[in-house]
Design a protein around this ligand. Structure first.
Ligand SMILES: [Ca+2]
Length: 160
């Protein structure tokens, strides 16, 4: 009698723990997964933005015979460029009017810390890069010199 009660109690305990764990894992899923999904969508945005920027830079180059902005200056998307030819009334991190090629200047969805876009050119080539929140094989398949960044351009050694 005592033994069967003991086992019944253990089974209840077990069921309670299982129920609790399933509730906790459900809650954890709700808390963690949206964050990961948001980071993934920001990374997708970064990929699209960088490609858009590269297209604009190449179109600018085709038309003007030079790359936009001063040579040998690293531009970063969370730092306003300083100059007298600011793009858009609010300013831009690239100090050239690209509105003919780019309807709106692209900036990183977070645009803080390591999560920024960068751009630099010299007389013969240019590079743009971005940092993903989730590791992507694109970071090493891009042929660039930084395994932690996704790099695009004609000379992927311009930025460090
Ligand atoms: Ca890389």
């Amino acid at each position: 009698m005592f033994k069967s009660k003991y086992f019944a109690f253990t089974l209840l305990e077990l069921l309670f723990v299982i129920a609790l764990l399933s509730i906790l894992s459900g809650v954890t899923y709700l808390i963690i997964n949206p964050k990961k999904q948001l980071a993934k969508s920001r990374d997708a945005q970064r990929l699209a933005d960088i490609a858009t920027l590269v297209t604009a830079i190449q179109e600018y180059n085709s038309e003007h015979g030079t790359f936009p902005d001063d040579a040998e200056v690293t531009r970063v998307s969370n730092q306003l460029a300083v100059g007298d030819n600011l793009y858009l009334s609010t300013g831009s991190w690239i100090n050239v009017n690209l509105s003919e090629f780019l309807p709106k200047i692209v900036i990183d969805p977070l645009n803080t810390g390591q999560y920024v876009y960068r751009y630099q050119h010299n007389n013969i080539g240019y590079e743009v890069d971005t940092t993903f929140e989730n590791y992507s094989t694109k970071q090493i398949e891009d042929g660039g010199n930084n395994a932690n960044k996704f790099e695009l351009g004609t000379d992927l050694t311009i930025l460090d």
